[in-house]
Ligand binder design. Sequence first.
Ligand code: PMP
Length: 355
Amino acid sequence: MTVYNFSAGPAMLPKPVLAQIKEDIPSFQNSGMSVMEISHRSDLFDNVIADAKNDLRELMNIPDNYKILFLQGGATLQFTALPMNLATQYNHIGLIDTGHWSTRAGEEAEKIGTEVTTVATSKNNDYHQLPEYTDDDNRYDYIHLTTNNTIEGTAFSKLPKTKNVLVGDMSSNFLAQQYNVEDFGAIYAGAQKNLGIAGLTVVIVREDLIGKKPLPSMLDYQLLANKNSMLNTPPVFAIYAAGLTLKWLKDIGGIAEMEKINRQKSNQLYQFLDQSKMFNNLIKPADRSLTNIPFVTGNKELDQELIAQASDRGLVNIKGHRLVGGMRASLYNAMPMEGVVALTDFLEEFEAKHL
Ligand code: PMP
């Protein structure tokens, strides 16, 4: 049975990436060692990390004045590291509140004494749409924005206008749709959705924003950049897997092409949901995510039955996040159109049987 994994992360890997890993495991580039065994100080690994950085720079069109860091601790640790490194002038950040993960970013910043002001929120709309935000003066060290809301199913296709530095948590739509890096002072993302496996977090940061004060070494972007992300032992295997995923994305034709495919995939599911008499996606159409699509029947028992039956058919991990319930299909880059068609066919069948 073909299994399609709709998990929000860790998530599906592209088939060619898995095949390459399988081939490399016994002996990476004829070294007689797997990539899990090689030293991070070896020439072999130097090439792996250099290629991954160059490919990411090329794919996202990252200007030279931005540093690329390969870190650990997940996006969650960056909720702390970002204010430590960037909130040095006002010790004050603005938060665009679009749901759970943006709230978490604010909570962690507050724990280290950074003042956090919610500058916009769509809480009153149950986060079913994105809030409006514009400003015309610079009084925050940065405005924090979650480009894609993994749990709620919204995404910013157009960024808010701000005179402040914009920081983007891109964890769940990194490399899935196009953004202009220069619109941000910093971008960060965990790798386990669109860039391979868990254990790696990417930070892309404008160099003039960092190095303002001494910090604990593992949280000091300037020091980490100076050490080429190898201040200590980096997540070697996760960086290698990210490198393969980036090559795969280049083969597909880059982010513009990927976004086109992701729009086709998400349209397939949204169109089905919008005409269905049983299923609903509650998100304002203009604010809908390409990568995380929550939907409900309005009947908890029916949801459970559906999730169990889907799983029996190889359509796994469609249970919604506990905060919103229902179902959620995560359609990251590695999910093929066939997986989305298999899901909509199944939902159609289920609806016909139960209405
Ligand atoms: N931000 C967003 C938007 C996320 O989806 C997640 C994880 N699902 C996180 C942050 C936290 O990431 P991590 O588990 O890598 O710390």
